[in-house]
Design a protein around this ligand. Structure first.
Ligand code: UDP
Ligand code: MG
Length: 320
C-alpha cells in the first residue's frame, strides 16, 4: 500500500480513421506520462466508427500498456458525441481531451496539470496560430465567433478547441448535459467553473485529412447558433413587425393615390418587387423557425447520444 493516493488523470482521445497517427500520438503521450510519475494515468481511446484499422491499432497498443482502455462506438457518431462517451467512461480525478492527429501537442499536458494543481478546474488551450488553413476558412471562422458571442449569453471563446483539462466537477457537470445535438464548445462555457487559459501553436495534422469539410463546419456553426441563442427568432419577429408596418404605409399611399388620380395600369414592377421581397422574408423566417422546431423534435426523442459496441477498461489499476 502506498501512503499517498496518486491523483488519476484520464486522457480522452476521440478517434475517427486515425490508424496512421495513433502510434505517434501514443509515443508523444507516453513521453509526457513517463516524466510525470506522480500521477496515475488512464488513456481512453474512443473509436468513433472508424472504417480503417484504428480499432486494431488501439487493441495492439492496449496489449502493451495496461493503462489503455477503449470504447468502440457502434458507428460514427461525430466527435461531439465521442467526447461525451469519453467523459462518461473517464475515471480520473481530471481528464484531458485531445485530438488523435497530434494537432494538440501532448507537451502541453504538464502545464495544464500545474494549473489544475493550483485550483483551476477547466484549463483550456487557445491557439495562437491555426496551422495550415485557407484564408476564407479563417475569415469565416472569426466572423462566426463574433456573431455567436454577440447574440448568445454564454461567452463562447474564439480560437479555443476541445483541447483542455477538465476537473472531475466539470466532467460530472458535462455528463448531465445529455442533449443529442451537441455543441460541446458552448457547453464548456455554459458549465462555468474556474477557467484558465494557456496558449499554444496549433500544428498541422500528421496524416490523413480533417474530417470536417466546409459543409460539416457550416452545419456545426448553425448548431452552435441554434443551441445557444434564440436571437434569430427575435430577428424574424422584428423583421416581420417592421415590414408589416411599412406595408401598411404603402397600402395607405396606394389607396390615396388611386382615389385621387385613378389607376392606369402601371405599378407592375412594384407589385413584383413587393411580392418577391415578402416571399423571401417569409421563407427565411420559416426556415429559422424550422431550425428550432427541428431541434425540439430531435431532443424530444430522447435518444442516447451514442451507442457502444464494446468497452474494455484499462487492465492495470494502480499496480505499484
Ligand atoms: N473525430 C471523431 N469523430 C468524427 C470526426 C473526428 O472522433 O466524426 C476525431 C478525430 O479522430 C480527431 C478529432 O476528432 O481526433 C479532430 O478531428 P479532425 O482532426 O478531423 O478535426 P480538425 O482538427 O480539423 O478540427
Ligand atoms: Mg485535426
Amino acid at each position: 500500500m502506498r501512503e499517498i493516493m496518486k491523483k488519476k488523470v484520464s486522457i480522452i482521445i476521440p478517434c475517427h480513421n486515425e490508424e496512421a497517427s495513433l502510434r505517434q500520438l501514443y509515443a508523444g503521450v507516453t513521453e509526457v506520462t513517463g516524466a510525470l510519475p506522480d500521477y496515475e494515468w488512464e488513456l481512453l481511446f474512443i473509436n468513433d466508427g472508424s472504417t480503417d484499422g484504428t480499432l486494431q491499432v488501439i487493441k495492439e497498443l492496449r496489449e502493451g500498456d495496461g493503462r489503455i482502455g477503449y470504447a468502440d462506438l457502434s458507428r460514427n457518431f461525430g466527435k461531439e458525441s465521442a467526447m461525451l462517451a469519453g467523459i462518461d467512461y473517464a475515471t480520473g480525478d481530471c481528464a484531458i481531451i485531445m485530438d488523435a492527429d497530434l494537432q494538440d501537442p501532448p507537451a502541453l499536458i504538464p502545464e495544464m496539470l500545474r494549473w489544475w494543481e493550483e485550483g483551476y478546474q477547466d484549463v483550456y488551450a487557445r491557439r495562437k496560430s491555426r496551422g495550415k488553413e485557407s484564408r476564407v476558412r479563417r475569415r469565416l471562422t472569426l466572423a462566426y465567433y463574433k456573431l455567436l458571442q454577440r447574440t448568445s449569453r454564454v461567452n463562447v471563446l474564439q480560437n479555443v478547441g476541445d483541447f483542455r483539462l477538465l476537473d472531475r466537477k466539470c466532467l460530472d457537470a458535462l455528463r448531465q448535459l445529455r442533449e443529442s445535438e451537441r455543441y460541446t464548445k458552448g457547453l464548456f462555457c455554459w458549465i462555468g467553473y474556474r477557467k484558465k487559459e494557456i496558449e499554444f501553436d496549433r500544428g498541422d495534422r500528421v496524416s490523413g485529412s480533417s474530417s470536417y469539410s466546409m459543409w460539416a463546419l457550416i452545419n456545426l456553426a448553425i448548431e452552435g447558433i441554434t443551441s445557444f441563442t434564440t436571437v434569430p427568432l427575435r430577428i424574424a419577429t422584428l423583421m416581420g413587425f417592421v415590414i408589416s408596418f411599412l406595408t401598411i404605409i404603402y397600402i395607405a399611399y396606394f389607396l390615396v393615390k388611386t382615389l385621387l388620380y385613378g389607376d392606369p395600369v402601371r405599378g407592375f414592377p412594384t407589385l413584383v418587387i413587393v411580392t418577391l421581397f415578402l416571399g423571401g422574408v417569409q421563407l427565411f423566417s420559416l426556415g429559422i423557425i424550422g431550425e428550432y422546431l427541428g431541434k425540439v423534435y430531435h431532443e424530444t426523442k430522447r435518444r442516447p447520444v451514442y451507442l457502444v459496441n464494446e468497452y474494455s477498461e484499462p487492465n492495470e489499476t494502480e499496480k505499484n
